[in-house]
Design a protein around this ligand. Structure first.
Ligand SMILES: Nc1ncnc2c1ncn2[C@@H]1O[C@H](COP(=O)(O)OP(=O)(O)OP(=O)(O)O)[C@@H](O)[C@H]1O
Ligand SMILES: [Mg+2]
Length: 238
């Protein structure tokens, strides 16, 4: 491992959060993952390619509470996204890209550079209907760049209750051969409080939200599942 960058080898993972639907948990998932990887002593670049700048705003609000090895880059457009990803990939161990909820050129460009595309969705049929559009976008980007691009659906804002609708969605994804990450992000106040209060999930106290420890444990499951896909251990789930 290169001690300066924390990089383990030449092919550093680029993780892209993509959905054609808004409000499904992309920015939350991107922020949670970046905080866990940086807490594990890996340098992370978080690229905010959403014109609404949710992560750049989080970084501004957080000030010195942004971990030293986590760099947040905002103001990225369709003209600058590829260079921003390529440049970050030479400097940090992980590059995580947050997109707006749209199948535009910025999304297609980011996906063309991705090692793993994460497609967050809530357990709702309206979200599930959109997943195929992202998969088609990934497939087109893979053809254009003449390489396979791995992807996983991530259930976000999950509740302990497994509804009939959720079971049906799960079966439909399985029948279509769309791989689902074997960990879900539960709906918890801690995950929205990070944006409101600033700082990381590790900074939240019992006064800020109820039971921040359970949110940390859940977020860790997600980060481990993503790391396993990247190292190849999660491929049997595909
Ligand atoms: N696991 C969660 N628990 C609680 N609240 C959540 C969770 N995930 C997301 N939220 C909340 O749901 C809303 C949408 O989440 P988020 O901004 O992450 O979605 P997005 O896909 O990035 O949206 P957009 O398409 O607008 O960029 C936010 O208010 C966020 O705080
Ligand atoms: Mg977002």
């Amino acid at each position: 491992m290169d001690e300066r960058t924390g990089k383990e080898d030449a092919s550093m993972p680029v993780i892209v959060l993509c959905s054609t639907k808004g409000g499904v948990g992309k920015s939350t998932t991107a922020l949670v993952l970046s905080q866990f990887f940086s807490a594990a002593d890996r340098a992370v670049t978080l690229i905010d390619a959403d014109p609404n700048q949710p992560l750049a705003t989080w970084a501004k609000r957080s000030g010195e509470r942004v971990p030293a090895n986590l760099t947040v880059i905002g103001g990225i457009t369709e003209e600058t996204i590829i260079d921003a990803i390529d440049d970050a990939a030479t400097r940090t161990a992980y590059v995580i890209v947050d997109l707006e909820g749209s199948a535009n050129l910025t999304a297609a460009s980011a996906i063309s550079r991705a090692d793993l595309v994460l497609i967050p969705m809530r357990g709702k049929q309206l979200d599930a209907d959109q997943v195929g559009k992202v998969v088609a976008l990934v497939d087109r980007a893979a053809k254009l760049s003449r390489r396979a691009i791995d992807y996983r659906v991530v259930f976000s804002m999950a509740t302990a209750l497994n509804t009939k609708e959720q079971r049906h969605i799960f079966q439909t994804l399985e029948a279509k051969g769309i791989p689902v990450l074997p960990a879900r992000l539960m709906e918890k106040a801690a995950f929205s409080a990070m944006f409101q209060i600033g700082g990381t999930i590790f900074d939240l106290t019992d006064e800020d939200v109820s039971n921040p420890k359970s949110a940390i444990a859940n977020a860790k499951e997600l980060a481990v599942a993503v790391a396993n896909v990247l190292t190849g251990k999660g491929r049997e789930a595909a």
